[in-house]
Design a protein around this ligand. Structure first.
Ligand SMILES: [Zn+2]
Length: 109
């Protein structure tokens, strides 16, 4: 058993992938957080899935809308948040497995 500190997730974070640094230090705040980016509409609508690493500040944004060929010569916009979430999760997982970044310890100041 390792001691694990549990910090509250930031608002809107719907998935979190602990980084290598986070798991070796037992710190669950070193992670890749997934959130949805919202439009300024009222009510706001998600338009992209954003993965943000709290260790090194790397980000990856995957839009919910993408273009595809409807028929030869024509494109249509497809709303596909599930695929965007999936791609963001894959990026988050892959980044978390390799990220060893950690913030400067408070005591070292
Ligand atoms: Zn990172």
């Amino acid at each position: 058993m390792t001691a694990q500190t549990t910090t509250a997730w930031p608002t809107n974070v719907f998935a979190r992938y602990l980084t290598v640094a986070g798991s070796s230090l037992g710190r669950d705040d070193l992670a890749v957080d997934l959130t949805h980016r919202l439009t300024i509409h009222n009510p706001p609508e998600p338009f992209a899935t954003l993965a943000t690493c709290t260790g090194c500040q790397a980000t990856e944004e995957v839009g919910h809308w993408r273009s595809r060929f409807a028929f030869p010569g024509a494109m249509e916009e497809v709303h596909d948040p599930e695929t965007a979430d999936k791609r963001a999760r894959e990026w988050a997982q892959e980044h978390a497995e390799t990220c060893r970044a950690m913030p400067r310890p408070e005591a070292a100041r």
